[in-house]
Design a protein around this ligand. Sequence first.
Ligand code: ADP
Ligand code: MG
Length: 267
Amino acid sequence: MSYLTLDKVSHHYFSKKNFTKALDELSFSVDKGEFVAILGPSGCGKSTILSIIAGLIEPTEGDVLLNKQKINESKLAIGYMLQQDYLFPWKTIVDNVLIGPTIGKMMNEESKNEAIKLLEEVGLSEVINDYPSSLSGGMRQRAALVRTLMTNPEVLLLDEPFSALDYLTKLKLENLVSKLLKTYKKTAVLVTHDIGEAISMSDRILLMDANPGTISNTFEVPLELRNEKPFYVRRHPKYQVLFDKVWDELNKSDPASVKELSNNYES
Ligand code: ADP
Ligand code: MG
């Protein structure tokens, strides 16, 4: 059953000098509890899609439905996690995590306990009273993840949340995010330009073309890979098969972007 639906969504950006057709009649849907990855080169419209789903920008044309309601009329919470963590430097980790309940005037003992429990779950119990500046990039992203989960979102939008991290930290965080989303049965949309990340985290991959942004291909991730931790997915024989398929499709439609994407794998 489709839970989140984009129906013929187009988006154009206008400025004094420029007109950019960022998305062109894009349609897809995501089931409840499903994890979909949107893969494509930079500038193909990935962040625009997430901003539209989050209700931050109104599409030029088309509809977005969540649980059969228009997104701007829906009361269901949507969580957003970005490449930058946007933690407030003057607040401790626990206070940063409690920002949602504080602003929403829903701060109580229960939300405090929930925050502490989640911080423990992501391995941050030692630093809850520290300030963001004393934490590593990976720890800060874990805190940002907990802050997002504190709003109890029905849908989690992840905009290249690991791309500023070193490789090992990124792999660890992929495992953690994947585990948490499965445990709490969240619906998620991850955008990334990393083929490996898309395969190892998601149930389905939507491949995008740029100028204007459209979906060129869809790949189902085999069940054996979906049930595995992201780190182990990368070692599974079926991983390479899917990787090559995605790579070939990209090569066919957009050799320039393959060059960009391949920079992630060549040293
Ligand atoms: P991605 O996240 O895949 O890198 P974006 O959604 O950020 O792509 O951008 C898609 C296209 O829209 C790009 O050509 C980008 O330059 C353009 N664009 C994005 N945001 C704006 C904006 N606020 N004003 C004008 N053009 C924009
Ligand atoms: Mg982007």
